[in-house]
Design a protein around this ligand. Structure first.
Ligand code: GDP
Ligand code: IMO
Ligand code: MG
Length: 446
């Protein structure tokens, strides 16, 4: 019963979509276990780009059943838009291929509205969320006033739950935020009408489906969204998402026990990016107006050039939000922590090609806090804000590595980066991305 978890190890956008697609080739089922349409996972196949938000990244293989697990929060409108977009491009995802957990929670319009209004109210202190209603939807789940996918199949229950929660949410919308209240009739019509009818054939007991597949000896892949440092418990709180992307989240968000999992693949960029606010010890300044990023004053010309290089060559802009990502050097201190938190069995390093052309590649191997060197992230976040990275500097390379298919074809300097990452993080680097395309990767170890 082989089961694999694929998890982001940094602050998201590591290239999980590409490597899920790669591993999915050998599986029959890919399950998303948390998050919602805050995710943006990119697959590039034969030069065609697919950007997925809710649908698991195994969807491009006809033989793969894709499952939206109980731990996910679902906006049906976004799901339908994604299905339609795939359909227009010849990827047919009928009810036999896409299953949605009846116990997954719904994102409703008041969640999105409250996410947006709260961010606006926070002003300079905003988190920089994707404004997709993720936090408010998970908050309702925890407060036990959430509405689940299965409620769409029972109009009486749906309406009773909606009335209950909307009464309170409308008070907040009108009294705190000075907005118009939402209309329960209109919402109920929309959700219980077209949405329920279209979703019904996809709704399933996904826990049973996953276990049946495992019991048949099939390979199931659990695909994480967001990443370890955005984890609600283990990330840089409060600058996190509202779910548990760490590998343990797969057990909860899909309904499997830990003994089923025999492989945990972490995905990391050969550098780091972050979208939204929050601490980022190895952040680089860039010459563009750095909204929420590192202050350019005091940064050396070399630092700004490296930051610009990463953003420009790595095309570091959000898949959905189009926001510019904050760039930084690879941080082995945080990665080592991610190895532990996820019990990683191996690491896939993406975007090694992006580092080509830099005179020097830096890897942070320790932090200095109050004159003391540490190799583990400080538990107190104020210390993380003050942590000064201790770098190992490695020589760069100029050669284009985007068509390398074997480690031996890489320049010695690029191999040295991988060796250093491996040694500093204490985990095997088994897969390496050298370009966005499905075939642009190499196996580093058997
Ligand atoms: P995800 O959210 O983790 O799936 O990652 P995103 O799709 O948000 O961002 C990763 C970006 O990097 C996408 O544009 C991918 O097409 C691209 N990408 C993935 N792997 C590589 C790689 O090895 N090299 C390059 N140059 N781009 C890559
Ligand atoms: P993938 O799956 C990068 C970030 C947001 C914000 C914080 C909270 O593509 O890696 P939320 O809307 O979740 O309440 O926002 O989390 N964030 C992501 N950053 N990649 C993602 O997804 C993200 N999903 C959320 O920018 O800082
Ligand atoms: Mg992404």
């Amino acid at each position: 019963m082989p089961a694999t978890i694929l998890v982001g190890t940094q602050w998201g956008d590591e290239g999980k979509g590409k490597f899920t697609d790669l591993v999915a080739k050998e599986t029959t089922m890919v399950v998303r276990y948390q998050g919602g349409h805050n995710a943006g996972h990119t697959l590039v196949v034969d030069g065609e780009t697919f950007a997925l938000r809710l649908i698991p990244s195994g969807v491009l293989y006809d033989h793969v059943t894709v499952v939206i697990g109980n731990g996910v929060v679902v906006d049906p409108e976004v799901l339908f838009a994604e299905l339609d977009a795939l359909g227009r491009r010849g990827v047919d995802v009928g009810p036999d291929r896409l299953k949605v957990a009846g116990s997954a929670h719904l994102i409703l319009p008041y969640h999105q509205l409250l996410d947006r209004l709260t961010e606006r109210r926070l002003g300079r202190n905003k988190l920089g969320t994707t404004k997709n209603g993720i936090g408010p939807a998970y908050a309702d789940k925890a407060a036990r006033v959430g509405i689940r996918i299965q409620d769409l199949l029972d109009p009486k229950i749906f309406r009773a739950k909606l009335d209950l929660v909307l009464k309170e949410r409308n008070q907040v919308l009108t009294r705190v935020f000075n907005q118009l209240p939402l209309d329960a009739d209109e919402l109920a019509d929309r959700y219980l009408g077209d949405f329920a009818a279209r979703l019904e054939p996809h709704i399933a007991d996904t826990v049973e489906l996953v276990h049946e597949a495992l019991e048949r000896g099939e390979h199931v892949l659990f695909e994480g969204a967001q990443a370890t440092l955005l984890d609600l418990d283990h990330g840089t709180y409060p600058y996190v998402t509202s779910s548990n992307p760490v590998a343990g989240g797969a057990c909860v968000g899909a309904g499997v026990g830990p003994r089923y999992i025999d492989r945990v693949v972490g995905v990391a960029k050969a550098y780091v990016t972050r979208v939204g606010a929050g601490p980022f010890p190895t952040e680089l300044a860039i010459s563009d107006d750095a909204i929420g990023g590192k202050d350019r004053a005091g940064a050396s010309a070399e630092e700004v050039a490296a930051g610009d290089h990463i953003v420009d060559v790595g095309r570091e802009y959000g898949v959905n939000t189009k926001r510019r990502r904050r760039p930084g050097w690879f941080d082995a201190v945080l990665l080592r922590h991610a190895v532990r938190l996820n019990s990683l069995s191996e690491l896939a390093v993406t975007k090694l090609d992006v580092l080509g052309g830099l005179p020097t590649v830096r890897i942070c191997v320790a932090y200095r806090v109050d004159g003391r060197e540490r190799t583990h992230p400080p538990y107190h976040q104020s210390d993380l804000h003050r942590a000064e990275p201790v770098y190992v500097d490695l020589p760069g390379w100029d050669a284009d590595i985007s068509s390398c298919t074997e480690p031996s074809q890489l320049p010695a300097e690029a191999r040295a980066v991988l060796d250093t990452v491996e040694e500093a993080c204490g985990v095997d680097v088994t897969l390496v991305g050298v370009g966005p395309g499905r075939d642009q990767f190499l196996h580093r170890k058997a």
